[in-house]
Design a binder for this molecule. Structure first.
Ligand code: NAD
Ligand code: ZN
Ligand code: ZN
Length: 356
């Protein structure tokens, strides 16, 4: 039985504590399904959303969350792809038009009509969420709901970003920031056969990066990252910036080898200066990368299903969201925090879906 109301995290004002409210459970319309959520990762983007950091802001009030995993509990009209009990993941790309030049060329992430979970539509920090059947990820059976959650954004975003660097097996990539995104980026890069260097703040995070497979870990608090990378490896073929710091973006350019590519993925509010002469004479490529397509996501999940990538996860209840945001703001999270939303396989629908 689907209840009439549910618990949801709600942002009522920007940069203010979030509330936990009892709100109506929505009903799926045509092409939509209703999910009962088991878990949701907490991405730094959720914090940017709740703080209203970016030029385009979400409409208040809203429920954040775009690393949601759970099962389909109700199916709207016209849905043929999914049925009740299917294990699915709700990611940032909630929906796109399916018809524009971007959608038809494998760039649905650039669709101007797209909706985003936890930003332009309510997301996964709740017991239930609506989703578009065609845009949900299918969670491989080897993955638990908790382990799959961080792959839905941190995983796919860094996997896609690494592909966008164009770095080939045997070449060097530098990953700036080994937080929620960066710590899985290290594992994707290793699985893709790349040499990996990491830049982080503090000895503890540098050590964490090494434990995950980074061959070089630079503590930007005590070393100069650009000159260290140039000295140790002669510059990197590619750099992936996940750090929430505009200073890190400026430093990243100085880490490139000639002909190198720097992929910007972190989205701190602000700008950074580019040394035009260096970019031109060294033929650098600098590009932005936004999450990944549904195909990228299915590939990213497969790496995790095969055991090649496993997020370091701390599970907390939905009610802990304000403390989690505070710790993210201060760089105090190691790996990813995942909200455990459903009591483990406690509900009838989870039992039927063989959930774990
Ligand atoms: P996080 O807070 O878990 O990790 C950020 C890490 O950056 C922290 O570990 C922090 O110590 C580190 N850091 C901060 N300053 C640094 C510096 N100067 N040098 C090196 N490391 C530094 O955040 P997250 O969830 O990994 O998200 C990271 C960023 O990526 C956010 O801005 C988020 O909005 C963005 N993001 C972008 C996309 C996309 O599609 N482009 C997708 C998801 C998240
Ligand atoms: Zn995210
Ligand atoms: Zn489109």
């Amino acid at each position: 039985m689907i209840p009439k109301t549910m618990k949801a995290v709600v942002v009522e004002r920007f940069s203010a504590p979030l509330s936990i409210r009892e709100v109506p459970v929505p009903e799926p319309g045509p092409g939509e399904v209703l999910l009962e959520l088991a878990a949701s990762g907490v991405c730094h983007t959720d914090l940017h959303a709740a703080d209203g950091d970016w030029p385009i802001k979400p409409k208040l009030p809203f429920t954040p969350g775009h690393e949601g995993t759970g099962i389909v509990v109700a199916v709207g009209s016209g849905v043929t792809r999914l049925k009740e009990g299917d294990r699915v993941g709700l990611a940032w790309l909630y929906s796109a038009c399916g018809r524009c030049e971007f959608c038809v060329s494998g760039w649905e992430t650039l669709c101007l009509q797209q909706k985003n979970a936890g930003y332009s539509v309510n997301g996964s920090f709740a017991q239930y969420a609506l989703a578009k059947a065609d845009y949900l990820a299918l969670i491989p059976r080897q993955l638990s709901f908790v382990d799959a959650a961080p792959i839905l954004c941190a995983g796919v975003t860094t996997y896609k970003g690494l592909k966008e660097t164009g770095v080939r097996a045997g070449q060097w990539v530098v990953i700036l920031g080994a937080g929620g995104l960066g710590h899985v980026a290290i594992q994707y890069a290793k699985a893709m056969g790349l040499h990996v260097a990491v830049v982080e703040l503090g000895a503890q995070k540098a050590r964490f990066a090494k434990e995950l497979g980074a061959e070089i870990a630079i503590d930007a608090d005590s070393q100069d990252p650009s000159s260290e990378i140039q000295r140790q490896i002669g510059g990197a073929h590619g750099v992936l910036v996940t750090a929430v710091s505009t200073a890190a973006f400026k430093e990243a350019i100085g880490m490139l080898r000639r002909h190198g590519t720097c992929v910007l993925v972190g989205i701190p509010a602000g700008e950074f200066p580019l040394p035009i002469f260096d970019v031109v004479l060294n033929r650098y490529t600098i590009l932005g990368s936004i999450v990944g397509t549904r195909l990228d996501l299915q590939e990213a999940l497969q790496f995790a299903a095969e055991g090649k990538v496993k997020a370091t996860i701390e599970t907390v209840p939905l009610e802990a969201i304000n403390e989690v945001f505070e710790r993210l703001r201060n760089g105090e999270v190691q790996g990813r925090v995942v909200l455990g939303i459903a009591e483990k396989a406690s509900t009838e629908s989870f039992r039927r879906a063989g959930a774990h």
